[in-house]
Design a protein around this ligand. Structure first.
Ligand SMILES: *Cc1c(COP(=O)(O)O)cnc(C)c1O
Length: 496
């Protein structure tokens, strides 16, 4: 299967393993397969009685990954053996045709594990030159960082360099990253927001002079762990098939019946997995894109105008979706523009130079046909957390609460799955604020005790329990400056 860039860059026969290794295309675009495989309803029907491993294997096999079947199966089995729940990603019925799709049972307690436990296996398969070193360079809004570290740190010839907005992640998210004590991992806080971190890493990936220097001096290439990497995105397609199979198995739907998918969205990677699943043939009639007060996506998906001029990023209780430049929108628009890479190049150039672009009437109509978007305020998020605990004993993390709240604003009679993207324990202070408790000066471990006494339906997370008391070792931070980033990267590579 051949891969191309959304902005037109193509080399003969760019393969899956090559794009996993390259991450971002040299023209700044994102890699996509030239053709999306399809899956029939009868093939979907068969998934019902399979384990998660077998379901995912059936879907990924369709992408002809140049990995032998036996090997692929082994990779998937290994990847999900680190999960704390046999069903990997179960559905919880929250009544009125709504189901929470629990994607947080992996080792770092966010949906990022669903992909990042598997992507490193693909990466390892792509390493053909034993002497070539790699540095996984990743910007994180909080959850990707630790998930990437957990996934990649054990690979040979790879070091991991993570940057995150210093004051833009939860205390436990920070602690997860700061407590990693390994020579080949560095985690650096940036005195800026996630958009700066993401733009700076993207810039580095296409900075030919720096790449050349690093290659010559340190024999190192950069790799990407964000959802701009197709190898990270692909597993996210699979789990939507699994959710559909579970609905079939529970006899909530009949084969072929259309469902809706609601996702708290930042970089548009999770929801794009569902969009691609639909392209492959999964019966999804509508995607609901949920945002917090940083509601650029709501605006864009309703108006067709993506405008980040004079848009300061607000700090919210759902930091993983605090974002202005949502990178996977580029892949969505690539497909909705009928794969018009010249057009994509133009509008994303406009975004760089004018901080703004507008899509055609035709594309806007296509968006409106399949995507509904809305946002909720911080107050509404807190109310939702409180309500679901009081009425159902379910403790939602703030991101999931954003999705649940937005879902309520967009009613329909269809069955709907709502992505539960993180375990509540990652966001204890925010969750406690929803119950109007005064928690200034309360330590994380005291908060955990309070939460345990509340006896929510989902127990605490075994790996997070350990993190709570872990020692902090990574305390470095840098200013919001591209040159400062390059300096730190070089410093780090020198020691590898
Ligand atoms: C990353 C993340 C999101 C956003 O996912 P995207 O793929 O970036 O849209 C939502 N919730 C949580 C908890 C996350 O970690």
């Amino acid at each position: 299967m051949e891969y191309i860039s959304t902005r037109g860059y193509r080399k003969d026969e760019l393969s899956f393993l090559q794009v996993v290794q390259m991450g971002l295309s040299p023209d700044g675009g994102l890699f996509v397969p030239k053709n999306i495989p399809t899956i029939s309803l009868s093939e979907i029907d068969i998934l019902q009685d399979l384990s998660y491993t077998d379901r995912l294997f059936s879907i990924l096999q369709k992408f002809e990954l140049e990995i032998e079947n036996e090997k692929l199966y082994e990779m998937i089995e290994k990847a999900y053996s680190s999960f704390h729940y046999e069903k990997i990603c179960p559905l919880t019925d929250i009544s009125q045709n709504r189901f929470l799709f629990e994607l947080f049972h992996g080792p770092t307690a966010s949906f990022k594990d669903m992909a990042l436990q598997l992507t490193p296996h693909f990466f390892a398969a792509s390493q053909t030159d034993e002497n070539q070193k790699f540095c996984l360079l990743t910007a994180t809004s909080g959850d990707t960082g630790i998930a990437a570290i957990e996934g990649f740190r054990k690979l040979k010839n790879i070091s991991v360099f993570i940057i995150y907005p210093k004051d833009g992640v939860s205390s436990l998210q920070k602690k997860q990253m700061q407590s990693v004590d390994a020579k080949n991992v560095t985690v650096i806080g940036v005195d800026g927001d996630f958009d700066f971190c993401q733009s700076a890493t993207k810039k580095l990936f296409t900075d030919i002079d720096f790449l050349k220097k690093v290659s010559e001096k340190y024999n190192t290439k950069f790799a990407a762990g964000n959802s701009m990497n197709w190898g990270r995105l692909m597993p996210q397609i699979g789990y939507y098939f699994s959710a559909y199979a579970d609905l079939l198995k529970k006899k909530e739907i009949v084969l072929g019946e259309e469902i809706e998918v609601c996702v708290p969205t930042g970089n548009f990677g999770n929801i794009l997995g569902a969009f691609i699943a639909k392209k492959m043939g999964l019966p999804i009639s509508k995607f609901i894109c949920a945002s917090n007060e940083n509601n650029i996506l709501t605006e864009f998906l309703k108006s067709g105008v993506y405008d980040i001029t004079n848009k300061p990023l607000k700090k919210t209780d759902s930091p993983s979706i605090d974002i202005l430049k949502s990178s996977n929108i580029e892949r969505l628009l690539y497909w909705l523009s009928d794969e018009n890479s010249e057009y994509i190049q133009k509008i994303f150039n406009d975004l760089e130079t004018q901080q703004k672009f507008t899509v055609s009437e035709d594309i806007l109509q296509k968006i409106k046909n399949i995507i509904s978007a809305d946002f909720c305020t911080e107050e509404e998020t807190r109310e939702t957390i409180q309500k679901y605990y009081k009425e159902k004993n379910i403790l939602l993390d703030p991101h999931t609460a954003v999705a649940v709240c937005v879902s309520e604003k967009i009613p329909s009679g269809k069955k709907r799955i709502i992505a539960a993207t993180a375990h509540y324990q990652k966001f204890l202070p925010a969750v406690m604020r929803a119950f109007q408790k005064d928690i200034t000066d309360t330590s994380l471990s005291s908060l955990l005790e309070i939460i345990k006494e509340m006896k929510p339906s989902t127990p605490t997370h075994p790996d997070l329990d350990k993190t709570m008391n872990a020692k902090i070792v990574q305390t470095k931070s840098i200013s919001k400056d591209y040159e400062a980033l390059l300096h730190e990267v070089e410093n780090f590579l020198q020691k590898q």
